[in-house]
Write a protein that binds this ligand. Sequence first.
Ligand code: HEC
Ligand code: HEC
Ligand code: HEC
Length: 353
Amino acid sequence: MTRQMNWIALIGMVMIAGALGIAALGEPGRLAAAAEDLHTALVVEGIDLYARNCVACHGANGEGIAAYPPLTTAGAMDADMLTKTIERGRYTTAMAAFGAEEGGVLTGAQVESLVVMLQAESWDTVAARVAALGLTPPQITVAEIPAETLSLVAALPDGASLSAGLTLYAENCAACHGANGEGSTLAPPLNTDELRVRLSDADIARLVREGVPGTLMASWSSALDAAQQQAAVALISRWGELNAAGVRLPVIETAPLEASPEAVAAGAGLFNLLCTQCHGFDGYGSAIAPALNNQTFLSQTPDAAIRQIIAGGVTGTTMPAWGGYLTDADIAAITLYLRSLEPTAPIIAPAQP
Ligand code: HEC
Ligand code: HEC
Ligand code: HEC
């Protein structure tokens, strides 16, 4: 619904009220009811727009996903500030400009519905609607740390901070940096002597806080509070002590995907529809996006990481976050399809940065 239509609807209601007689116009309850209907319509429209455009980063309950901030208190911001944030985005962050005048996809009236919806703060309704549309983002895998490993770590000097760091590392960082900080094709190792010589605690703190724009390394400043960031920094700068104490975490086990031929076919269909324009026919790559039908990439990238990249996209590149558009099952099916290419995939050397 456009802004004009909302006004026409409101004026129409007032005129009908007038036609029904002076008595009706004199009844403030009717006008209030019309305004209430209009408000409800805007909230309903805003929820659908939210489900399609915002859920991938801000979550079905507005709780914020991974490094992206929650919006549960955004309703308290003034309407003007909210409108500006949505229309213009936040420069140098993943928060894009959504306003049509800024090259985005939303009209002024649509942004207005989003603002009204955020101010209504009815997150239960939002989550229910997002689920009904099948747009609930997939859960990112969380690694379990065995109790005996945690007690081994807790016995080290200032062990409480180290085990807090390790727990949040397993939840937030291991999918890319490896269960034991050994690195992967997605991200460099964090457990080496070389890193500890090259980076001071202040350097590591800045990397965690600001991320590295244009790479998979997001800014963690809104997902982790200052104490959590400090625990992550302490973990990385003291990883040598963990190595010396023989602390080894089990490699993340994701629930195995159901590799039925139907799921692989469904994944191939989605891939042809959504991904080939950039990643090329059968995922062989193109000038604008890397080959995924690629022995090196597939053999070195666990399913959990592939799913995380598809759901979260790559900030600062054209790789979209699909979490808001595809269900967990869709993303699992695409991952299965990519995995099915592995036996015949050509060996392609990783791109040099
Ligand atoms: C690709 C991820 C992404 C998507 C999609 C996204 N946002 Fe954001 N959003 C962010 C990030 C990152 C920030 C924090 C920016 C900063 O650091 O100031 C943010 C901040 C915001 C804020 C300010 C919150 C505050 O407390 O200051 C609002 C409001 C907001 N987003 C609304 C939306 C709406 C509405 C949509 C959908 C139309 C949307 N966002 C889509 C990533 C995203
Ligand atoms: C989605 C994948 C991903 C996740 C999750 C991730 N990182 Fe990173 N990280 C990267 C990439 C990619 C780089 C390399 C960036 C570059 O090219 O400079 C990186 C770089 C770093 C560096 C700098 C390493 C160096 O040698 O310069 C640190 C420190 C770091 N990450 C810490 C973390 C921490 C702590 C977490 C969890 C809170 C985390 N990362 C989560 C992908 C990720
Ligand atoms: C608009 C273009 C575009 C579309 C559409 C697109 N991608 Fe991407 N994708 C990219 C780019 C560019 C990169 C490389 C990002 C970088 O520099 O790290 C990428 C990276 C990836 C990676 C990581 C590859 C690696 O070597 O690290 C995966 C996995 C991926 N995309 C999967 C998908 C899937 C699955 C789809 C469809 C659902 C898709 N992409 C659609 C542009 C796109």
